[in-house]
Design a protein around this ligand. Structure first.
Ligand SMILES: Cc1cc2nc3c(=O)[nH]c(=O)nc-3n(C[C@H](O)[C@H](O)[C@H](O)COP(=O)(O)OP(=O)(O)OC[C@H]3O[C@@H](n4cnc5c(N)ncnc54)[C@H](O)[C@@H]3O)c2cc1C
Length: 410
C-alpha cells in the first residue's frame, strides 16, 4: 500500500492550490456580492460574471474536467487521483464549478459519457464538457418516499415516436440557473413490470420543452443557493423524441447505480476540504482570543476538539481514498459497501467539525457566512443522494452477507 500521491497528482495539487490562492479565495466576497447585487435588482437567478471569468482562466490553465475516469473526455485521472484534487475544490462551496467539476453536472456528464448515444453526446455532453450549459437530475418526488426509488410515480409513456412525461419533482438541484438547459429525468415507463427494478427509465428532457414548469425554489436551512438552487418542477404532458431515452426502457436503475457511485464520492471528497477549512478557521480564531487567562485554543475542551477534528478528517480522507481505489480497481458495483460507508462518514464528520468551529467562534460563529453555509451544505448531504439510514442499511446487510456465505466463523 502506497500512501504517497503520484507525481502527476502532486503537480496538479500544487497548480490547483496556486489557482485557488490567486483566483478563488480573493474573489469569494465578489462572488457573493454579485449574487446579492442581482437579488437587489430583482433577480438572483442569473449567472455571475466572476464565475464565467474564472472558468475561462481555469480552462486556460488546464484545470478543467479533472473528473470523469475511464473516458477519453476527461483528464484521464482515476477516482483515486481525482480525490485529493476534488478535496481542494471543496474548500470553497462555489469553487468546483470554476473547474467544470460541480454537481450535478459531473454525475450527468458521466451518465452521458457512459450511456449516451453519439447524437445525445454531441447535443448535450459536448456543451456540458465545455461549460457552456448546465444540467439537473430530476428523480426525487414530493409525493413519495424517494429514498426508495422504486416508489417514483412520474410517468414516461410512449406515444408514436415521442415519449410523454408527467410528474412532479422536487430538490432538482441546479434547475434555478438559466444555463441549466437539460434535465435527466427518472420515471416509470413500465409500472406493471413484475421486476420493480425494471419499471424505471431515464430520459433526456430539454429544459425549454413545453410543459416544464419550475414551481418554486427550495431553501437549504434558509440558503437558496442562487443562482444554482434546488427546484420543485412540474412536468405536464412534456413530449420529447423517443431518441431521448437513455440506454433503453427499463434501464433507469442500472443507470442510477452507475450515476450515483462517482457523484456520491465527489461530495465526500469536497466535504473533506470544507472541514479542513473549518478546522483552520477554528485554530486561527481560538489561538488569537484569550478567555479566563489563556487562549481559547489552549482551554482543554478546545484542544480536544481540535485533536478530534484532525482525527475525524483524516479518518474520512482515508475512507474516501479507499472507496476511490476500490471503484478504480473492482468497479462501482463491487465498491458499494465502501461508497455507502463514506457517504455516511463524510457528511457526519463535516457536520461535527463545522459545529465545533462555530462553537469555538462564539457568537461570531453564528454570523460567519462561510461556516453557516458550510454547515447547511454538509447537513444536506446527510440526505442528498440517499439518507444516512439507507446507506447504513446497505453497509449492515453487506456485512451480514459475509456470515451467510460462511455460516461457521472461526
Ligand atoms: C440539498 C439537497 C439537494 C438534493 N438534490 C437532488 C437532486 O439534484 N436530484 C434529486 O432527484 N434529488 C435531490 N435531493 C433529494 C434527496 O436525494 C432526497 O431528499 C433523499 O433521497 C431522500 O428522499 P426523500 O426526501 O423522499 O425522503 P424519504 O424517502 O421520505 O425518507 C425520509 C426519512 O426516512 C428515513 N428512512 C428512509 N429509508 C429508511 C430506511 N431504509 N431505514 C431507516 N430509515 C429510513 C430517513 O431518515 C429519511 O431521511 C436533494 C436533497 C437535498 C436536501
Amino acid at each position: 500500500m502506497d500512501f504517497q500521491y503520484s507525481p502527476r497528482v502532486k503537480e496538479l495539487q500544487a497548480r490547483l492550490n496556486a489557482f485557488m490562492d490567486e483566483h478563488v479565495y480573493p474573489n469569494e466576497a465578489r462572488f457573493h456580492a454579485e449574487i446579492e447585487e442581482n437579488r437587489k435588482k430583482g433577480d438572483a437567478w442569473v449567472p455571475t460574471m466572476v464565475m464565467e471569468e474564472l472558468k475561462e482562466k481555469a480552462r486556460a490553465a488546464g484545470l478543467w474536467n479533472l473528473f470523469l475516469p475511464e473516458s477519453e473526455h476527461g483528464a484521464g485521472l482515476t477516482n483515486l487521483e481525482y480525490a485529493p484534487l476534488c478535496e481542494i475544490m471543496g474548500r470553497a462551496g462555489w469553487a468546483a464549478e470554476v473547474f467544470n467539476c460541480s454537481a450535478p453536472d459531473t454525475g450527468n456528464m458521466e451518465v452521458l459519457a457512459r450511456y449516451g448515444t453519439p447524437e445525445q453526446q454531441e447535443q448535450w455532453l459536448k456543451p456540458l464538457l465545455e461549460g457552456k450549459i448546465r444540467s439537473c437530475f430530476a428523480m426525487t418526488e414530493p409525493a413519495v418516499a424517494s429514498s426508495d426509488a422504486t416508489n417514483i410515480e412520474s410517468r414516461i409513456e410512449l406515444d408514436g415516436d415521442h415519449y410523454v412525461i408527467n410528474g412532479r419533482k422536487w430538490w432538482s438541484s441546479g434547475a434555478g440557473d438559466p444555463r441549466c438547459k437539460v434535465f435527466i429525468f427518472m420515471g416509470k415507463s413500465d409500472p406493471d413490470n413484475p421486476n420493480k427494478h425494471k419499471q424505471q427509465s431515464m430520459i433526456i428532457v430539454p429544459r425549454d420543452t413545453p410543459g416544464v414548469r419550475v414551481v418554486r425554489h427550495l431553501p437549504v436551512l434558509g440558503f437558496d443557493d442562487a443562482p444554482h438552487g434546488h427546484a420543485e418542477i412540474v412536468f405536464e404532458n412534456v413530449r420529447v423524441p423517443a431518441s431521448n431515452m437513455l440506454l433503453g426502457e427499463g434501464c433507469g436503475f442500472e443507470i442510477a447505480q452507475g450515476r450515483l457511485g462517482p457523484g456520491r464520492i465527489h461530495h465526500c471528497m469536497r466535504l473533506i476540504g470544507l472541514a479542513e477549512r473549518a478546522l483552520e478557521k477554528m485554530c486561527q480564531r481560538t489561538m488569537n482570543r484569550v478567555a479566563f487567562g489563556k487562549p481559547i485554543a489552549e482551554q482543554t475542551v478546545t484542544l480536544e476538539r481540535i485533536a478530534n477534528a484532525r482525527i475525524l478528517i483524516d479518518q474520512a480522507r482515508f475512507l474516501v481514498l479507499n472507496a476511490a481505489q476500490m471503484m478504480d480497481t473492482v468497479g462501482n458495483k463491487a465498491a458499494l459497501k465502501e461508497i455507502g460507508m463514506i457517504k455516511v462518514a463524510a457528511p457526519n464528520m463535516a457536520c461535527q467539525v463545522i459545529d465545533w468551529a462555530i462553537q469555538a467562534h462564539g457568537g461570531g460563529g453564528m454570523a460567519d457566512e462561510f461556516l453557516a453555509h458550510a454547515y447547511a451544505s454538509a447537513r444536506s448531504l446527510r440526505l442528498a443522494d440517499g439518507p444516512d439510514e439507507v446507506h447504513r442499511n446497505q453497509v449492515g446487510k453487506l456485512e451480514l452477507a459475509k456470515y451467510r456465505q460462511t455460516p461457521k466463523p472461526h
